[in-house]
Ligand binder design. Structure first.
Ligand code: CA
Length: 462
């Protein structure tokens, strides 16, 4: 009793003191992370698309801070998510590939010794939910409910068929999952994901606890399966695959619109810290008589590449209660930063027993701190000795396996068309040394990406 009385007194004194010296800190915000899958850099209205209607995301962009040098930590699916959910370079713990769908394998997934985003937020009293694509391991120990999410609904693999009637391989037809139990598949998947996320937002409005929602669409990742109404509206797009992809993006925009509407109508918009990204660049998947159906212009390369087209993505941050919107922010930032940023907003302590790589972006985005959040950002794909990239100020370093390193000035040449390595040997040497030092802090991949069936057969026949 006595202790309780004194702690009440102490809290009161603290509040009075805080009240005298500065305005009371804002209540911890809800945190909403929206991830698209394999979206082309130029395939949204606010990114310049004239072909694909995305009014909800365009409105969101107009209200947000648009990070023009926004990156993801990897040029493909699962490693980006592993980094986003740990706030660390995924290479530190060997998560550099996509895990195969192997429910008996306790190795192919986000390593169990990693502390996750929701686990950090729970320390500050958050309720945590994930809706949509997981892709961080098929073994039951990797299930979102065992990695810190109180609530989960979605597809556990790396992708899924979009209509309940579609046939396909095992991973893409596994039953939808609600908290470890099979859940009905009732609608176009993208629409159903939107409804589940909107329901989460409404369900927890006015709750004592703030919430974290990790909303990961599998759209517009293949297979190219789109709703008829959008296909009809986009009939002007002649290439069939491009039209289907565009319709999938438009349907995702509708679903995001529903979530944003739920946020607004439940009075939670002002104090929600929202992030939007794609998990990697658009893939280059041409077919006979049909070009690639995504558009990463003006960037070079595509999903899988360490050129900008693989790793630079549409990137929005919005928190009306704290950050002025309707602006751009140009220094390089990463989805790896979301955890440190959200934890700072929530007052949640970050793990202190391991190196953390993400940076709290709030003082930078608020204009309270100048300079760049990261002196360097690094990428590696294909394990040690694979393809490397680094960013330092305007400079982009690329080294593809055994080839000579390349250097680009992204301010002058966002498309990485002119290798200026020979003109700037000192910059090149500095970046090369930084990459080598970073590489020393990483380990080799602990599991391999599943190989496409064709390649596997070929290898087996050898
Ligand atoms: Ca992806």
């Amino acid at each position: 009793m006595k202790q309780g009385f004194f702690s009440v007194l102490a809290t009161g004194a603290l509040m009075i003191w805080a009240g005298m010296s500065q305005p009371a800190p804002a209540a911890p915000p809800n945190v909403l992370i929206i991830v698209a899958d394999d979206l082309g850099y130029a395939d949204l209205g606010f990114q310049g698309s004239k072909e694909i209607p995305t009014p909800h995301l365009d409105k969101l962009a107009a209200e947000s801070i648009r990070c023009t040098s926004g990156y993801v930590p990897h040029p493909f699916c699962s490693p980006t998510r592993a980094s986003l959910l740990t706030g660390r370079y995924q290479h530190r713990f060997g998560h550099e590939n996509n895990p195969a769908w192997l429910p008996a394998d306790r190795n192919a997934g986000l390593p169990l010794d990693q502390i996750t985003f929701p686990q950090v937020m729970k320390k500050a009293g958050y309720l945590t939910g994930a809706v949509g694509k997981w892709h961080l391991g098929a073994h039951p120990d990797f299930h979102p409910n065992r990695r810190g999410f109180d609530e989960y609904w979605g597809l556990l693999g790396g992708g899924h068929m979009y209509f309940p009637t579609n046939k396909g391989g095992v991973e893409y037809t596994i039953p939808l999952d609600r908290n470890g139990k099979e859940a009905p598949f009732t609608n176009y998947l993208t629409a159903q994901i939107g409804m589940e996320a909107a329901a989460f937002v409404r369900r927890h409005a006015g709750a004592v606890k703030p919430w974290l929602l990790y909303l990961a669409f599998n759209a517009p990742h293949t297979p190219l399966q789109a709703p008829e109404d959008w296909l009809a509206k986009l009939a002007a797009i002649k290439d069939e695959r491009r039209r289907a992809y565009a319709a999938m993006v438009a349907a995702m925009d509708d679903a995001i619109g529903e979530v944003l509407q739920a946020l607004q109508s439940s009075g939670q918009e002002r104090n929600t810290l929202l992030f939007f990204i794609s998990d990697n660049g658009g893939p280059n998947l041409p077919a006979p008589n049909s070009p690639a159906f995504t558009d990463n212009s003006p960037l070079r390369g595509h999903k899988g590449a360490v050129y900008e087209g693989g790793i630079r993505v549409p990137f929005l941050v919005k928190w009306p209660a704290r950050l002025k919107g309707g602006r751009t922010y140009d220094a390089a930032v990463s989805a790896m930063d979301f955890l440190a940023t959200a934890a700072a907003a929530a007052g949640a302590p970050l793990p202190n027993d391991r190196p953390m790589d993400g940076v709290n972006l709030l003082p930078y985005l608020a204009g309270e701190q100048t300079g760049a959040p990261h002196e360097f950002l690094f990428w590696r794909s294909g394990g040690p000795g694979g393809n490397y990239a680094a960013r330092m100020g305007p400079w982009k370093y690329v080294r593809l396996k055994e080839k000579e390193p390349e250097l680009y000035n992204l301010t002058a040449d966002i498309g990485e068309t002119k290798n200026v390595a020979a003109d700037h040997p000192q910059v090149l040497a500095q970046m090369r040394a930084a990459v080598a030092a970073w590489d020393q802090q990483t380990i080799a991949p602990i599991f391999e990406s599943p190989r496409p069936a064709k390649a596997k057969k070929k290898a087996e026949n050898k």
